[in-house]
Design a protein around this ligand. Sequence first.
Ligand code: NAD
Ligand code: MG
Length: 331
Amino acid sequence: MAKIFTDSDADLSILKDKVIAVIGYGSQGRAWAYNMRDSGLKVIVGLRKGGKSWEEATREGFEVVEIPEAAKKADIIVMLIPDMVQPKVWRDQIGPNLRPGQVICFAHGFTIHFGLIKPPEYVDVVLVAPKGPGSAVRELYLKGFGVPALVAVQQDYSKKALDYALAIAKANGFTRAGAILSSFKEETETDLIGEQCVLVGGVMELIKKAFEVLTELGYQPEVCYFEVLHELKMIVDLIWRGGLTGMLEIVSETAKYGGLTVGPRVIDEHVRENIRKAAQRVISGEFAKEWVEEYEKGCPTLKKLLEEIRRHPIEEIGRKMRELIFREGVQ
Ligand code: NAD
Ligand code: MG
């Protein structure tokens, strides 16, 4: 059984009187800055001067400084800029300004696990990885709860690194839901494998292929859109709440029988083999190397693929359908 920490395992007092620098003010950065400030901590925000977040964070009442200054002022540095941007910002603006005993906190293990950032031995390196987007991190905190998270320690200079990680998790509401003790390796690899095979890649491909086949058979694209995309959300919500069994209790008898007998013929053993291969590419570092090279070239493949998706018939029909079926403020 995994070790799961809750609120009573974490003590905010370790962060009292410490300066926490949130580097970046995007999806996670803004949510963490607000949550930690509301938890009574001293938060400053490190940004590029003139960037568009600078004004926003200032307007929202934070002390905003440039990243090198934030790194100098802080006891705790929370890295909330995009993973592919982190190595250069670290090299030029953070690394040269570190001092012994600081705590560096990441929200995803990518740059540490794949060796793109190599911190000196005299700092703590911890991971507090929320399992949800920044919007959920903030909204659930405001409701008195939080998203679940993974916590891990890569480097324990202070011998208190886990306590720091748990306190940061608590200040964001994560220990209200539960923070699982993990490692940078486990968090990074499962995150990448999960998003490639299921959450982003797998689901998208299943939707697209099913839509293509149904429209090939001559069904109206509007009907196909409802069937393979729109309704998916409702099914996923049921699974999310009650597991596979909870979902099966609610769908019809025919859907239960059809789903259980035909599902494994569609998503068959080839898929399992393909997931294993994708996982191996992550574990070996081949995927990370490819992505870093792609990013350094300006993301030509990513841009091309995004454009192809935008032009896919399910996206064209989807844009029209969503105008029809969503009412602002209702859904
Ligand atoms: P984001 O893209 O929303 O953050 C952008 C922020 O980084 C902005 O404030 C921007 O000003 C700053 N930034 C961008 N380029 C910069 C540069 N060259 N120099 C300085 N600052 C720059 O990022 P995010 O999605 O919040 O991700 C932050 C971290 O959180 C990442 O490690 C990510 O893996 C992790 N994470 C994200 C999510 C998510 O749902 N978004 C979930 C879990 C973990
Ligand atoms: Mg991910």
